[in-house]
Write a protein that binds this ligand. Structure first.
Ligand code: FAD
Ligand code: NAP
Length: 339
């Protein structure tokens, strides 16, 4: 049986780094250890939270249940041919380490997703995305344990129902499965995605003449290191809000009032508005109250400069949402998981 710790501080296991105690805490490194916890009937009466790298969470109070940290490791090639490779990664592998494994082996598909914090097991949760690529573009399948029965289930891409920062695991099957490994389909002949302007200009700055998987990864790493706060230095969980999607009619009206607004047309005809622009326009960027605030370079990122409480950061997010609603008639949605 694995060790069950009581009344444990899990501050250091989250990138926001706010103070939080959990009633019970345990870590598992393989399926046997996970199953032994799931078979403990008394423990299973507690509320359960699966923890990866803790980079998409905000605790607003102590957690009155069991936090289970997933440490399942291992990266292996399942199948390959001349053009494609299927790679399985344990859910507890660090996402960026997995990306570096692919880049080092010249397997294309995840290079635009370099330097995203967190673990592989959480990547399907919100279909992580950046710079024009989402994991649904390279996702093959995943294995998960059903919490209620302890049985292993395989999900293919359709069954995950991926959307913009969404999947079944955040919606209809929320809290029902523990993802234990993910299989990705990567390519030996790359199709580069440099549709995001910042990547093109960074490659120019780097004086790259022949684009490679490694060059794109390096470009993304450079941009991210310049623009985003490093959670090791300033607590944060990346974008606090999703970019809102609005109808073409609402967009036309807003565009007349705010001609400088930053937006992107979606294939559906709807418009994606850059939430960061809305927040910045209202003057929130760089604002600070005590030890928390809105990051100075990125209005979507709320930060903990040291000793702030999760509740303070949550309340700040509510104030921002209210002001966006009042001024733009747009309801922002939080991307970060709140507990
Ligand atoms: P955690 O925060 O530990 O968990 C997140 C949620 O998933 C929780 O509800 C948890 O219970 C659940 N969960 C975790 N693992 C499992 C599992 N194995 N089985 C079932 N449920 C599980 N996100 C992007 O999409 N794109 C970005 O570009 C991006 N950039 C970021 C930059 C910074 C600086 C930071 C701090 C965050 C960024 N994020 C980004 C958000 C975050 O990194 C991702 O959402 C990441 O996938 C979270 O992984 P994690 O392991 O830390 O998940
Ligand atoms: P950015 O490049 O300043 O762009 C601002 C917003 O405009 C982004 O949110 C992006 O939407 C959208 N955008 C920009 N170029 C686009 C294009 N060519 N087509 C469609 N949409 C476009 O954004 P940033 O904040 O520096 O982030 C860069 C990338 O990293 C983005 O993809 C962002 O999602 C990702 N990121 C995510 C998190 C997170 O926690 N979720 C944190 C940091 C960065 P999308 O967000 O839909 O791509």
């Amino acid at each position: 049986m694995i060790a069950i710790e009581k009344n444990k501080s899990i501050k250091k296991y989250t990138t926001f780094g706010v103070p939080v105690l959990t009633k019970y805490f345990a870590q598992f490194s393989d399926l046997e250890e996970l199953k032994s916890v799931l078979s403990d009937k008394k423990l299973m009466k507690e509320e359960l939270l699966i923890l990866g790298g803790g980079s998409n969470l905000l605790f607003t109070k102590n957690f009155e249940g069991l936090v289970l940290k997933n440490n399942i490791k291992g990266i292996s090639i399942e199948e390959e041919n001349d053009s494609e490779v299927l790679i399985r990664s344990g859910a507890g592998e660090n996402w960026h380490d997995f990306v570096m494994y692919c880049v080092d082996n010249d397997f294309a598909g995840v290079e635009n997703l370099s330097l995203i914090p967190g673990n592989v097991g959480a990547s399907p949760m919100q279909n992580i995305g950046a710079y024009g690529v989402e994991i649904k573009d390279v996702f093959h399948s995943l294995e998960a344990i059903e919490i209620k029965t302890g049985k292993l289930r395989i999900f293919n891409k359709e069954e995950c129902n991926f959307g913009y920062r969404e999947s079944v695991f955040k919606n209809s099957q929320k809290n029902e499965f523990i993802i234990t490994s993910v299989v990705f389909k990567l390519y030996k002949t790359p199709t580069f995605n440099v549709s995001y302007g910042a990547i093109g200009s960074e490659l120019k700055k780097m004086k790259v003449e022949n684009i490679t998987i490694k060059a794109i990864s390096d470009a993304v790493i450079n941009i991210r290191q310049r623009k985003l706060p490093d959670p090791k230095k300033i607590g944060n969980a990346g974008s606090f809000f999703k970019n809102p999607v609005i109808s073409a009619e609402q967009f036309e009206d807003l565009k007349l009032r705010f001609p400088q607004m930053s937006y992107y047309k979606l294939p559906s005809g709807e418009m994606k508005i850059a939430a960061g622009w809305l927040i910045d326009y209202l003057g929130w960027k760089g604002t600070r109250k005590g030890d928390y605030g809105v990051h100075k370079n990125q209005a979507l990122v709320l930060v903990n400069y040291g000793e702030s409480e999760g509740k303070d950061i949550y309340d700040l997010s509510s104030l921002i949402m209210k002001s966006v609603l009042k001024n733009f008639q747009i309801t922002l949605e939080r991307e970060v998981n709140i507990f």
